[in-house]
Each structure stands twice: as C-alpha cells, then as structure tokens.
Design a protein around this ligand. Structure first.
Ligand SMILES: [Zn+2]
Length: 212
C-alpha cells in the first residue's frame, strides 16, 4: 500500500536484533524527523561502509588494509589475543597489559541465534596458527579473551579443542570479570587484573594440555 514505507521497514529489519516491530517503530520515528537529519543518517551509513573496513590480518577495525597494531613492528607476534568484537581490542589496549597482536572473531558461537563456527573468523585463526604471522613468527601463546558468557566460554572451548595445534599454550582471561559481563564494558582496572591473571586452558576431551 505504501511501497516506500514497506521497503524501508523490510531493509531496517535485516539489521541484527531488529524484528519487524522495531523496524516499524524506527521507520515511523524517521518519518517524524526532519528530512535533513534523515539525510545525515543515510550519509553516515554510506560513509561508514566506504571508509571503514576490517583489518585483513586480525579482523579489527581500520581505515587501511592492515590496522596499526598489525603494522606495529614492536608488537609481540608470538602472542595472539582472540576476542569477539573489534571493541574488545580497544578495551584491552586501554589496559596496556597485552603487547601481542589480536584476532577478532566477529562474534561468538550461539546455536540459538544460528551462529555456527563457519560464521566466525575461525578458518583465518586456524591458518594463522599453522603458518604464524605472515609465515614469520610462530604463535606460542593464544590468549582467549572471549566474553565470560555461555557463548564466549563455548567459543573458547571450541577453539581449544578443535583449532589449536599441539604445542601452542592456550590461556583464558581470568574470571575477575563477572560471569555474563562483556569485556568491552568492564572497568579498566578489573580488565587489567583479568589479563594479568590469565590462566592456562586445558582441552575438555581428546586433546591433551600443553604440559600434559
Ligand atoms: Zn590488524
């Protein structure tokens, strides 16, 4: 009946976590706004897509092909910190407790939301673990800093049991961060403590621990 409205609702509802009802509410809110602010929003979205990208190496955010952390020759490439989202990289960087490089999964395993291993950057992680960074430094420690949630813990176990080759030490962020909390929003000193107190992970079945 109103193609412009229906089209907008259909497109907005493709965004994560936004169903038809929320999409309809957003569309009506936009209809009530003045045209210039809607134009600004539309341009910001296009600008975002044009200017930002994910680092081809770690999957973090950058405006070039490779991010500043991956390009920094002072970083320890033998230690790789695995996180769910690019925002986690910024949170961990603020603590200055980790001098290695990162690997951003862009999510966590969540069967209920239909997010399986193939939806995360696990293939890339596997390749990095086998070849080392650009075929140079072998990875000695994989520090898994996925969130201390059901999904984050399941993802950590999956990586430990299915991705990590023998001989790589696997550590997990300590439970200083309350269970269910997000690393990105943890306060800086708590996060710093959790990084310093990271503990060694051992596989649940089949795979023996590093020292086993
Ligand atoms: Zn990077």
């Amino acid at each position: 009946m109103f193609p412009a409205l229906e089209n907008a609702i259909a497109l907005i509802s493709t965004l994560p976590g936004i169903g038809n009802r929320s999409a309809t509410r957003i569309a009506f809110q936009l209809l009530r706004s003045d045209e210039r602010s809607v134009q600004e929003l539309a341009e910001a979205l296009v600008d975002l897509r044009r200017r930002m990208r994910f680092c081809s190496e770690c999957g973090g955010l950058c405006e070039a092909d490779v991010c500043e952390i991956c390009e920094d020759t002072n970083r320890d490439r033998s230690a790789v910190c695995v996180v769910e989202d690019p925002g986690d990289v910024f949170a961990i960087e603020r603590t200055r407790e980790f001098r290695g490089v990162y690997h951003v999964l862009l999510g966590a395993l969540s069967p209920l939301d239909g997010i399986g291993p193939e939806d995360l950057r696990l293939g890339e992680l596997s390749r990095r673990l086998v070849s080392g960074h650009l075929g140079q430094t072998p990875i000695v420690e994989l520090f898994i800093a996925t969130n201390p949630t059901l999904e984050g813990d399941a993802t950590a176990s999956y990586i430990m049991d299915r991705i990590v080759p023998e001989g790589v030490r696997v550590t997990r962020i300590s439970h200083g961060i309350p269970t269910g909390a997000a690393i990105e929003y943890a306060d800086q000193s708590t996060l710093a403590r959790s990084i310093r107190a990271r503990t060694e992970m051992h596989g649940s079945a089949g795979r023996r621990g590093f020292d086993g």
